[in-house]
Design a protein around this ligand. Structure first.
Ligand code: GTP
Ligand code: SPV
Ligand code: MN
Length: 617
């Protein structure tokens, strides 16, 4: 009962590519492409149509170039492994810029750069940047084609890897281009790997520029320019750059919200359907929760999105969500049959892997895929590897890229152009201490406080020190395109548009990552998170009482279903323990943090902080 193969099952003759704009292309798009080509000087320009033949042509180019190798098709049909440059493996947050006219509109949490100066820098970098390369033009829709909740964009790039990835991750091609007319808003996004080739200069398997990387955003003109990296969020500009950084500024201006969130459909044992969104920082469990297999009987969980949600308050007072993406760019390590079996089933074929290891039989492998570690592998850098090598075989931020429709738990409403009505909003992070397994906000305003005060230990999804605790409000620290305090105000404003009583979403905070004194996780996580989800939705359905605690509402002593769970004596108490001393220290730290936003801090958040302090004292 496997889904049918989405990629060509046989090698298709690469079709002649379109070097001229398709008939009917909006002249504004044509003029922009000509302007970028005149600046970057590619050898030629190709207009992408998004068809499988085009995808296969890119695969052939990348195989020849050594950018990808074929995974043994007997194990995994039509799948490929890309090995990146070892210095181009994650998002580069310190090279990511918000170039708003005013510095205060970028706020204290973003790298701001003066737009005029940045344009000069970029003009210099992009001049002739595509020499010796082909420029691809990719029109795309974020969200279902033609939905009023969707938004359009056009990215140019000189990287076939980026084109192949974008064609999996977005609705890319002719259909999106046809939606662009003279009065359509679309986001222009320019990307170059930043490695022009001199006449006759041989190319490398993974061209990039390790001296100069710039991931830049111009919120007022809604433009994106990215230089020097071909990796994930640095280069697939529809994803973090558009769907979060630029979209968050559109959302601010148009009264909606662009969020780093998964979307789930959950059916309870009584057959009632709910939709849930959850924001966790990068590599903190979104894909896993999005594909959760419940361990408790009667509950059904289906997938709508695993990374980004666009949330729109509707005229009927509900909050509606769409997944703007069309695929998953998921973390490989830790993805296995016992943790995320659904993901393992999703990537049975038609998958592009990046920086995972290869087994001697030509299939892929990474830490956590199987309990048994192979005796010999080729690691993510193409080097021999054995368990004695003392280094991971797959890069900690290695990833799989696969179409959403291949997910066996994909929900029937996952691409509903009207979106789905959200009943619960969850915030979480990776916290070894302090933060309980689950807390419910008293109301929307308190929920916004919970989101604004999320901290999390850093992961391999971005360059930097793994494990370091940092503030990551709403899991949006690296993705908010404007002043974070204004973003909090936007959350409060959207809350005012929702109708209390009706299906106003309730807000919760969770933490799957609390640790015991010996450093082991207190909570089994993964499928067992369904127990927490069940409590959350029974609360949303008004079916169970909650106990009052200093941080918010928590399950009553028998509120959380732990039947059949083999939790050591005392661990449940540890999972919910609130130590007033450490929490007063958190309050102090939050007060200092809030002060960095000056006058912009919404009064409601200062009020929530004071109330928390009072409850703790
Ligand atoms: P991005 O794609 O970077 O945004 O990451 P993500 O939020 O989708 O994280 P993902 O679900 O891929 O999980 C990242 C890592 O956390 C993986 O190695 C998972 O195995 C691990 N993880 C996810 N859920 C749990 C959990 O409930 N408990 C524990 N202990 N680990 C988890
Ligand atoms: C993340 O880091 O949150 C990701 C991967 O989802 S990337 O596309 O690289 O941003
Ligand atoms: Mn993410």
């Amino acid at each position: 009962n496997r889904p049918t193969t989405t990629g060509p099952t046989r090698v298709v003759q690469a079709r002649a590519m379109a070097h001229t704009p398709p008939e009917g292309t909006d002249p504004g798009v044509v003029a922009w492409v000509e302007q970028i080509a005149a600046l970057t000087l590619p050898d030629d320009v190709v207009w992408c149509d998004g068809n499988p033949q085009e995808f296969d042509g890119l695969i052939q180019v990348m195989l020849k170039q050594g950018t990808i190798v074929r995974v043994n098709p007997e194990h995994r049909p039509y799948s490929f492994l890309a090995r990146s440059d070892p210095n181009d493996v994650a998002r580069v947050e310190d090279r990511t810029f918000i170039c708003s006219e005013l510095e205060e509109d970028a706020g204290p949490t973003n790298n701001w750069a003066d737009p005029t100066e940045m344009r000069e820098t970029l003009d210099g970098l992009f001049a002739g940047a595509m020499r010796g390369r082909r420029m691809y033009v990719m029109p795309f829709s974020m969200g279902p084609l033609g939905s009023r909740l969707s938004r359009l964009g056009v990215q140019v790039t000189d990287s076939p890897y980026v084109v192949a990835s974008m064609s999996v991750m977005t609705r890319m091609g002719s259909a999106a281009l046809k939606l662009i007319g003279s009065d359509t808003n679309w986001v222009p996004a320019v990307h170059s790997v930043g490695k022009p080739l001199a006449q006759g200069e041989p190319d490398v398997p993974w061209p990039c520029n390790n001296d100069e990387k710039y991931i830049t955003h111009f919120p007022e003109t809604r433009e994106i320019w990215s230089y020097g990296s071909a990796y994930g969020g640095n280069a697939l500009l529809a994803k973090k750059s558009f769907a979060l950084r630029i979209a968050s500024t559109m959302a601010r201006d148009e009264d909606w919200m662009a969020e780093h969130m998964l979307i789930l459909k959950v059916t309870n044992p009584r057959g009632k359907v709910f939709h849930v969104v959850a924001a966790f920082p990068s590599a903190c469990g979104k894909t896993n929760l999005a594909m959760l297999k419940p361990t408790i009987p009667g509950w059904k969980v289906e997938t709508i999105g695993d990374d980004i949600a666009w949330l729109h308050p509707s005229a009927d007072g509900t909050l509606r969500a769409i997944n703007p993406e069309a695929g998953f760019f998921g973390v490989a390590p830790g993805t296995g049959a016992s943790t995320n079996a659904t993901a393992v089933e999703t990537i049975w074929g038609n998958t592009i892997f990046t920086n995972v290891a290869l087994r001697d039989d030509g299939d892929v492998w990474w830490e956590g895929l199987t309990d048994k570690v192979p005796a010999h592998l080729t690691d993510w850098q193409g080097k021999d590897w054995t368990p004695a090598s003392g280094r991971p075989a797959a890069h900690p931020n290695s990833r799989f890229t696969v179409a959403a429709r291949q997910c066996p738990t994909i929900s029937d409403d996952w691409d509903d152009p009207e979106g789905v009505i959200i009943d619960a909003i969850i915030f979480g992070g990776r916290r070894a201490t302090n933060v309980p397994l689950v807390v419910e906000a008293r109301d929307w305003e308190h929920g916004v406080y919970l989101g604004a005060t999320i901290s999390s230990e850093k992961t391999a999804a971005a360059e930097g020190t793994v494990g370091e605790l940092r503030r990551d409000p709403f899991a949006m620290l690296p993705f908010c395109g404007y002043n974070m305090a204004d973003y909090w105000a936007n959350w409060l404003k959207v809350g005012d548009k929702l109708r209390p009583g009706g299906r106003m979403p309730r807000i919760f905070q969770v933490n799957w990552f609390r640790k015991d004194e010996d450093g082991s996780f207190l909570w089994p996580g993964f499928g067992e998170n369904s127990r927490v989800l069940a409590w959350i939705l029974e609360r949303a359905d008004g079916k169970v009482p909650a106990a009052d605690g200093p941080l918010g509402l928590v399950p009553t002593p028998d509120g959380l279903n732990v039947e059949g769970l083999d939790l050591p004596e005392g661990d449940l108490e540890k999972l919910f323990k609130v130590d007033p001393q450490s929490w007063l220290a958190e309050v102090e730290s939050t007060e200092k943090y809030f002060a960095t936003f000056g006058e912009k801090l919404p009064h409601a958040l200062a009020k929530q902080l004071a109330a928390l302090r009072a409850r703790l004292s």
